[in-house]
Design a protein around this ligand. Structure first.
Ligand code: FAD
Ligand code: FES
Ligand code: FES
Length: 1262
C-alpha cells in the first residue's frame, strides 16, 4: 500500500481534562508536552529533560478497550508522546484534577501540606504519578506507591516529605513495627529526649486532609467510548515534514512496510523519539501499528506465552506476574527472570508505553530484555508480504550490530516466551549507575539445562548486554562447556573463556571497560552460585549447595518504602497560637506547586510577535574562529536573524570579578559549549533547526588544557614547580546559571523591538553552564600513635574552567572551612584555582566546603587506618572541645558540636550497630555492611559586611492587609514563607493578612545574592526592621485604644496621615578576613551537626543500598521546622548524589558526554536511606540571627559524605578479610564501579589492561 493510497489527512480527536480537542493540522513531529504547554496553555505539565528521564511531564492517559469494555489509565511522559498517537484517548493533566479556583485534589493538598514541594518544578509530575496509581488502586500498597515514583526525580526535597504524603493513601502500615511493642524502630526512646524541652515529631496533621473520593474524578468521555466501538479506520496525519500512518490490520501494515521499508514502526516512541530529538535522525514517514489486533495478542499456550509485539512492557509485567502465580515453579523460571529485569527497566511512565517489540527490534546494547529473552530461546514471529516465519531471537544477534536477519520489510508480530523445563535454570542480571530508572552498564541473561538428574551441562546459553554495541552471545564458551559438571573447575574455565570471547572494546571507544569485564565474570559467578543452590534444593543428598556466608548475595537489593522520623523542639506553650514562628508552616507556594498554577519563566504567556532564540555553541575547547557561515541557516523557514558578537551594541561583556565574561565568543573560543552566535526565529523549532545549519570553521589553538594535571604538566609562572599526588578527585554538579542567557534576550529585544524567548534544552543547559569545582587534594598529616593529629599540610587544586567567575572565592572558602570539626595545632593549607578549557565552574550549595572537608575526613580515616584506631575515635580525639580558636584565629564555642556528636551517637545506637555490622560481615562474604559517623562544623558568613546587607519593603493597606517584599530570591528554600512568619510575629497579626509581592528591583534595589545560607538571616532582619518602624508609628494609636483591632488602628493611622509604608534595612554582619596575616572574623557564627549512615554493598557488582541515616543538627531555634528539616534532608540527599553518584564525563577533547538524566544520575527515590531520622538539637540559641535561628540552606549537604565513609567502611571490611593493602584511595563520587574495584578479588585480578599506554581514553577525569 502506498502513501498516496492511504486515506486523506484526518482530524485528530482526543480529550484533555474532559474537553474535546479537534486538531485539524496535527503535526506528527509534535509531542504532547509542547501541545499542552503552547497550544492549550496548560503549563502545569513541566518540561525538564525532554527525554523521558525525569517524570516532570507526567500526565495520565486513559483509553477504552471495546472488546473487554475496560478503561485503562496509565501514566506517561508527555515529552515523548506524539500527539498523533492520542487519537481517541483522554489526557488528564495536573490542571484537570484540581486547582485553587475549583477544588484542590487530595493528592495535591497532601503533597503540599506534607511539605513535599520546594522549588515545585517536579511536583505536578509527582502529583500525576500518584494520581494515576490511585485511579487504578484507590488503596495502594506501599510497594505499589514506591514503584509509581521510580520514574520521577526531585532535586530539592530528598523525597522523604513526598513519600510522607504518599503514605497517607496507602492501606498498609507505614511503620516498620520492628520493636517488640509493635512500635516503629525509629520511634526514639523517651530517655533520648531532654525532659525539659517539649519535642514534636509531627510536621503536619492528617486531620486537615480531605478524604480521597474516587467518585469525584473526571469520567472517561462517553464520546470516546462510542468512537472506539465503531469499526477502526486507517489514520493519516501530514505535518510540515513528516507523515504519520496508523493502519488497522496486519495486511495493511505489511503493504505499508513493503512500500516504505525504511519507515520506523512507532509504538511507545521511547526509542525513535529520543533518536530524533537528540541525534537529529529524521523520518519522513512513520507507521504506528499499535491498534492492530495481531500485534496485541496475549496467548497462553502449552509450551509458553505468546505476546504481541505492541504489548506495553507494563502489560508484559502484569501477564508474567499472573502466569507465575498460576503455573508450577518449574515452568516459570524464564518468566521470573524476565520479570526481574522489567521491575527496574525505566520508570512506570516508560514501561506503560514502551513496547516489547520496540525493545527487541531496536537492538540496543542496553536492552534489558534481549539478553534474557535470547538466552531463554524465545522465538520471534515475523511477517512480511513475502510470508510469515519464525526465528529464534538469538539469531538477530548472531553477527553483531550489522545483522540483517530481519529485513526492512519484515515486522515483528509477536514473541513466544517458552516455559522452562525440568533441570533448567534461568537468571537475569543487571548493574546500572542507579538501581532504578537507569540504563544498565552491563546486563546478562543465562540459562543452563542439565542432563536428567545430573549436574552435567546439556545446554548452556549466555548473553550479555552493555558490553559491545548490541546484545552479544558467549557462544564458544557455551559450546565448550557442554558435557561438563557444574563445579569450580568449570567455573574457572568459564570465566577465562567468557572474558576472551566477549571482546569489550578498549577504553578509547567506551567507558568503564574494566568494570564491564568484571561484571561479565561476576554475573557468571553469581549464576554459578544460584544454580548450585538450586541443585541442592532439588537433590539435597547429592549437592552441597553454597556456603552459608555466600547465600545473601543471591538476593538483590529491593527498594522499600522508607521509614522516617523528624524531631524538633516544639514552641513554648505560652506562645500565642497566632504566632507562626517555630511552627511547621506549609510552603507559601505549596498548593500552587501541586496544582501546577505556580508560574515559572517558560510558563509566562507569549506576547504578541514573540520570537525565539536558539544558541550555537563552540565544538572546540580552544580555537580561533576562522569564519562563521550563516547563509544556509538564514534560508531556514521562519528565521528572522542571526546574532554574533559584532551585532551586540556597546560591550559584549559582563563582569562578575575584575575579568570580563564574554557573552558571544569574539574571534576565539575557550571551551566547548561557549556561545558563538544565536538564531532568532518565529518558533523554537525553526530556531533550533537553523542553529544546526550554522557552519563555524575553527583553527585549533594550543594548548588545550582540561584537567588539573594538564595545567601542572604545562606549568606557568605559578605552577611550574607543582608536583601532585592525587588523593581525591571531585566531580562537579550541575547548576543553572542564567545571567548570560538573559543578556542575549535583552540584546535581541533592542535590535528587533520584539520580545525574544530563550529556553535552553537540558542538553544545552548542561553543556553551557558551569558546575561545582572538581578538586584535587594533596596532604601530609603528622600524628601520634594515640591518634592525636599534630600537623597538617594540605593543598587544594581547583579546576576553575575558562573564566574566573567565583573560583577564587571557592578557593578561599575551602581554606577557611577545611578544618571541619577538628582542632589541628599546626596547620598549613593552600588552594590554587586553575584555569582550564572547560566551561567556567561556579559556586554551588556549600561551595568549597563539601570538597575540602571531604579531603579532611579522608585523612582522618587514613590516620585511623595507620594507627589501628577506629575513625570515630580519631574524630573524637581531634574534635574541637572547649572555647578554642580556628586556624584563622576566630573564637568558637564547640559545645553544640559535641552535643550533636553525642546525641547522634546515642540516637543511632552507633556502638551496638557497629557490633551488629561486624557480626553481619563475619557471616556474609559477598555482601558487607559499613557504618560511619561524621561530625560537622559549618561556618556561617559571607566574609565582608556589604555582601550581607538586605532590605525590605512593607505596606499596610487600609483594609488591614499587608504587602511584603524583600531582596531574597525564592528558589524553593521557603524564604518567602519565613518572611511572612517574621512579619506576622512582628506586627502581631495572622499570616493570612500578609501577602507577598514577588522580589523585584523595582521595590527593593541593590539586593545582594541569596547565597551562603544567609537569605533568611539578612532579609529577616530587614523585614523585622520595616515592621518595627511601622509598629512604632502605630504605637501611639494602639496605646490610645489598646482594646481596638488591627483594622481599627490602621484606619485611625490613615486618618491621622501616618505613613503606612516602610522600608527596612540590615547593614550586614561585621565580617572580615586579612589574607595577608591569615587572620580574621570571616564568619558570624557556626552551625553544627553529625550524621551516622549505614550501608550494605554487593561486593560482586559494586551495588549498594543506603540502609539508615540519623542526623542531628544544631540550627538554633528553627523559624519553620518543616522548611528547615526539608532543607537538611534535601541537601543531605544532594550530598549523597555528589559523593556517590553524580559523574560528569568529558571526552579528551573537552566535550561533555553527560548532558541529561540518561547519562547523569542524581539520587532517585530508591537512593534515600531506608530509615531516615533528622533531629534538631534542642535548647540551642544564636544571638546573631533573627529569632535565634541559624541559616540552614547548605549545611546538610556535607553530611551526605557519611554515606561515602560508610561505603569506605564496608570496602575496608572486605579488604581486611581478604588481607589486602590497608591504605587505599577512593575518589568521589564513590560509584558502583569504584566500589567493585575496591573489593578486589579473583575476578578483578583477571582484568588485564591490554591497551597501550598511549591510547586515548574515551573519557577523562577533570
Ligand atoms: C527514559 C528511558 C529509560 C529507559 N530505560 C530502559 C532500561 O532500563 N532498560 C531497557 O531495556 N530499556 C530502557 N529504555 C528503552 C525502552 O525500553 C525502549 O525504547 C522501548 O522498549 C522501545 O519500545 P517503543 O515501543 O517505545 O519503541 P519505538 O520507539 O516506538 O520503536 C523502536 C524501534 O523498534 C521498531 N519496532 C517497533 N515495533 C516493531 C515491530 N512490531 N516490528 C518491527 N519493528 C518494530 C521500530 O521500527 C523502531 O525502530 C528506556 C527508554 C527511555 C526513554
Ligand atoms: S521532561 Fe519528560 S521526562 Fe523529563
Ligand atoms: S525538584 Fe522537586 S521540589 Fe524542586
Amino acid at each position: 500500500m502506498s502513501l498516496q493510497g492511504a486515506a486523506g489527512a484526518e482530524e485528530l480527536i482526543f480529550y484533555v481534562n474532559g474537553r474535546k480537542i479537534i486538531e485539524k493540522n496535527a503535526d506528527p513531529e509534535q509531542m504532547l508536552l509542547s501541545y499542552l504547554r503552547k497550544r492549550l496553555h496548560l503549563t502545569g505539565t513541566k518540561y525538564a529533560c525532554g527525554g523521558g528521564g525525569c517524570g516532570a511531564c507526567t500526565v495520565m492517559i486513559s483509553t477504552y478497550e471495546p472488546t473487554s469494555k475496560k478503561i485503562r489509565h496509565y501514566s506517561a511522559n508527555a515529552c515523548l508522546l506524539p500527539i498523533c498517537s492520542l487519537y481517541g484517548a483522554a489526557v488528564t493533566t495536573v490542571e484537570g484534577i484540581g486547582s485553587t479556583k475549583t477544588r484542590v485534589h487530595p493528592v495535591q493538598e497532601r503533597l503540599a501540606k506534607c511539605h513535599g514541594s520546594q522549588c515545585g518544578f517536579c511536583t505536578p509530575g509527582m502529583v500525576m504519578s500518584i494520581y494515576t496509581l490511585l485511579r487504578n488502586h484507590p488503596e495502594p500498597t506501599s510497594e505499589q506507591m514506591i514503584a509509581a515514583l521510580a520514574g520521577n526525580l526531585c532535586r530539592c526535597t530528598g523525597y522523604r516529605p513526598i513519600l510522607d504524603a504518599c503514605k497517607t493513601f496507602c492501606k498498609d502500615s507505614v511503620c516498620c513495627q520492628r520493636k517488640a511493642n509493635g512500635k516503629c524502630c525509629l520511634d526514639q526512646e523517651d530517655y533520648l529526649f531532654d525532659k525539659e524541652e517539649k519535642v514534636s515529631t509531627r510536621l503536619f496533621s492528617t486531620d486537615e486532609f480531605q478524604p480521597l473520593d474516587p467518585t469525584q474524578e473526571l469520567i472517561f468521555p462517553p464520546e470516546l467510548m462510542r468512537m472506539a466501538e465503531n469499526p477502526p479506520r486507517t489514520l493519516v496525519f501530514h505535518g510540515e515534514r513528516m507523515t504519520w500512518i496508523s493502519p488497522v490490520s496486519l495486511d495493511e501494515l505489511l503493504d505499508l512496510k513493503a512500500a516504505h521499508p525504511n519507515a520506523p514502526l512507532v509504538v511507545g516512541n521511547t526509542s525513535v523519539g529520543p533518536e530524533m530529538k537528540f541525534r537529529g535522525i529524521f523520518h519522513p514517514i512513520v507507521i504506528a501499528p499499535a491498534r492492530i489486533p495481531d500485534l496485541n495478542v496475549v496467548k497462553c499456550m502449552d509450551d509458553g506465552l505468546t505476546l504481541g509485539a505492541a504489548c506495553s512492557l507494563s502489560l508484559v509485567k502484569d501477564i508474567l506476574t499472573n502466569a507465575i502465580s498460576e503455573a508450577p515453579e518449574e515452568k516459570t523460571k524464564v518468566f521470573c527472570a524476565v520479570l526481574q529485569q522489567l521491575r527496574t527497566l525505566g520508570g512506570e511512565q516508560i514501561r506503560n508505553v514502551a513496547s516489547l517489540g520496540g525493545n527487541i527490534i531496536s537492538r540496543k546494547s542496553t536492552s534489558d530484555l534481549n539478553p534474557i529473552l535470547a538466552a531463554s530461546n524465545c522465538v520471534l514471529n515475523l511477517a512480511s508480504r513475502g510470508g510469515k516465519r519464525q526465528i529464534p531471537l538469538s539469531d538477530i544477534f548472531a553477527d553483531g550490530v550489522d545483522n540483517n536477519t530481519i529485513t526492512p520489510e519484515e515486522i515483528l508480530v509477536s514473541v513466544h516466551i517458552p516455559h522452562s523445563r525440568k533441570g533448567e535454570y534461568v537468571s537475569a542480571f543487571r548493574q546500572a549507575p542507579r538501581r532504578e530508572n537507569a540504563l544498565p552498564i552491563t546486563n546478562a541473561g543465562m540459562r543452563v539445562l542439565f542432563e536428567d538428574s545430573t549436574d552435567i551441562i546439556k545446554d548452556l546459553s549466555i548473553f550479555y548486554g552493555g558490553a559491545v554495541l548490541t546484545t552479544t552471545c558467549a557462544k564458544q564458551t557455551c559450546w565448550t562447556l557442554i558435557g561438563r559438571h557444574w563445579n569450580e573447575q568449570m567455573l574457572d574455565e568459564a570465566c577465562k573463556l567468557v572474558l576472551k570471547e566477549i571482546a569489550v572494546p578498549g577504553s578509547s571507544s567506551g567507558e568503564k571497560v574494566d568494570y564491564k569485564k568484571t561484571l561479565i565474570v561476576s554475573f557468571f559467578y553469581r549464576f554459578f552460585l544460584e544454580v548450585l543452590q538450586s541443585l541442592k534444593k532439588m537433590d539435597p543428598c547429592h549437592y552441597l549447595g553454597i556456603p552459608m556466608e555466600y547465600r545473601s548475595v543471591l538476593q538483590d537489593f529491593q527498594t522499600k518504602m522508607p521509614q522516617s522520623i523528624q524531631i524538633y523542639q516544639d514552641v513554648k506553650p505560652s506562645q500565642s497560637p497566632q504566632d507562626p514562628v517555630g511552627r511547621p508552616i506549609m510552603h507559601q507556594s505549596g498548593i500552587k506547586h501541586a496544582t501546577g498554577e505556580a508560574v515559572y519563566i517558560d510558563d509566562l504567556p507569549s506576547v504578541d510577535g514573540e520570537l525565539f532564540l536558539a544558541v550555537v555553541t563552540s565544538s572546540r575547547a580552544h580555537a580561533k574562529i576562522v569564519s562563521i557561515d550563516t547563509s544556509e541557516a538564514l534560508k531556514g523557514p521562519g528565521v528572522f536573524d542571526i546574532v554574533t558578537a559584532q551585532d551586540v551594541p556597546n560591550t559584549n561583556e559582563f563582569y562578575y570579578s575584575s575579568d570580563p565574561e564574554i557573552i558571544f565568543a569574539r574571534n576565539k573560543v575557550i571551551c566547548v559549549g561557549q556561545i558563538v552566535c544565536a538564531v532568532v526565529a518565529d518558533s523554537d523549532v525553526h530556531a533550533k533547526q537553523a542553529a544546526a545549519k550554522v557552519k563555524i570553521e575553527y583553527e585549533v589553538l594550543e594548548p588545550v588544557i582540561l584537567t588539573i594535571e594538564e595545567r601542572f604538566a604545562l606549568g606557568d609562572r605559578n605552577t611550574s614547580t607543582w608536583r601532585l599526588r592525587v588523593c581525591l578527585l571531585f566531580q562537579k554538579e550541575r547548576i543553572k546559571k542564567w545571567m548570560c542567557m538573559c543578556q542575549h534576550s535583552i540584546q535581541q529585544l533592542f535590535r528587533t523591538s520584539r520580545a525574544v524567548r530563550l529556553i535552553l534544552s537540558r542538553g544545552d543547559d548542561m553543556l553551557i553552564t558551569g558546575g561545582r569545582h572538581p578538586f584535587i587534594g594533596k596532604y601530609k598529616v603528622g600524628f601520634m600513635n594515640d591518634g592525636r593529629i599534630r600537623a597538617v599540610d594540605a593543598k587544594y587544586y581547583i579546576n576553575g574552567g575558562c573564566t574566573p567567575d567565583e573560583s577564587v572565592l571557592v578557593a578561599e572558602v575551602s581554606l577557611l572551612k577545611m578544618d571541619n570539626a577538628y582542632k589541628i595545632p599546626n596547620l598549613r593549607c593552600w588552594a590554587y584555582a586553575c584555569k582550564t578549557n572547560l566551561p567556567s565552574n561556579t559556586a554551588f550549595r556549600g561551595f568549597g566546603f563539601p570538597q575540602s572537608a571531604l579531603v579532611t575526613e579522608t585523612w582522618i580515616t587514613g590516620v585511623a587506618d595507620k594507627t589501628g584506631l577506629s575513625p570515630e575515635k580519631i574524630r573524637e580525639i581531634n574534635m574541637y572541645k572547649e572555647n578554642e580558636q580556628t586556624h584563622f584565629k576566630q573564637k568558637l564555642d564547640p559545645q553544640n558540636l559535641i552535643r550533636c556528636w553525642n546525641e547522634c551517637m546515642k540516637k543511632s545506637a552507633y556502638h551496638s550497630r557497629k557490633t551488629a555490622v561486624n557480626e553481619f560481615n563475619k557471616q556474609n562474604y559477598w555482601k558487607k555492611k559499613g557504618i560511619a559517623i561524621v561530625p560537622m562544623k559549618f561556618p556561617f558568613g559571607l566574609g565582608t559586611r556589604y555582601l550581607s546587607q538586605a532590605a525590605a519593603l512593607v505596606h499596610i493597606y487600609t483594609d488591614g492587609s499587608v504587602l511584603l517584599t524583600h531582596g531574597g530570591i525564592e528558589m524553593g528554600q521557603g524564604i518567602h514563607t519565613k518572611m511572612i512568619q517574621v512579619a506576622s510575629r512582628e506586627l502581631n497579626i495572622p499570616m493570612s493578612c500578609i501577602h507577598f509581592c514577588e522580589t523585584s528591583t523595582t521595590t527593593v534595589p541593590n539586593a545582594c545574592a541569596s547565597a551562603g545560607s544567609a537569605g533568611t538571616d539578612v532579609n529577616g532582619m530587614a523585614v523585622k526592621d520595616a515592621c518595627q518602624t511601622l509598629l512604632k508609628r502605630l504605637q501611639p494609636i494602639i496605646n490610645k485604644n489598646p482594646k481596638g483591632t488591627w483594622n481599627d488602628w490602621v484606619k485611625e493611622a490613615f486618618e491621622q496621615s501616618v505613613s503606612l509604608s516602610a522600608t527596612g534595612y540590615f547593614r550586614g554582619y561585621n565580617e572580615n578576613m586579612d589574607w595577608e596575616k591569615g587572620e580574621g572574623q570571616p564568619f558570624t557564627y557556626f552551625l553544627y551537626g553529625a550524621a551516622c549512615s549505614e550501608v550494605e554493598i554487593n561486593c560482586l557488582t559494586g551495588d549498594h543500598k543506603n540502609l539508615r541515616t540519623d542526623i542531628v543538627m544544631d540550627i538554633g531555634c528553627s523559624i519553620n521546622p518543616a522548611v528547615d528539616i526539608g532543607q537538611i534532608e534535601g541537601a543531605f540527599v544532594q550530598g549523597i548524589g555528589l559523593y556517590t553518584m553524580e559523574e560528569l564525563k568529558y571526552s579528551p577533547e573537552g566535550v561533555l558526554y553527560t548532558r541529561g538524566p540518561d547519562q547523569y544520575k542524581i539520587p532517585a527515590v530508591c537512593d534515600i536511606p531506608e530509615q531516615f531520622s533528622v533531629s534538631l538539637l534542642s535548647s540551642s540559641q544564636n544571638p546573631y540571627a533573627i529569632y535565634a535561628s541559624k541559616g540552614i540552606g547548605e549545611a546538610g549537604f556535607f553530611l551526605g559524605c557519611s554515606v561515602f565513609f560508610a561505603l569506605r567502611d564496608a570496602i575496608t571490611s572486605v579488604r581486611n578479610e581478604r588481607g589486602l593493602k590497608k591504605t587505599f584511595a577512593l575518589n568521589s563520587p564513590l560509584t558502583a564501579e569504584q566500589i567493585r574495584a575496591g573489593c578486589a578479588d579473583d575476578f578483578t585480578e583477571m582484568m588485564t589492561n591490554d591497551e597501550s599506554a598511549s591510547s586515548t581514553p574515551w573519557a577523562i577525569s577533570v
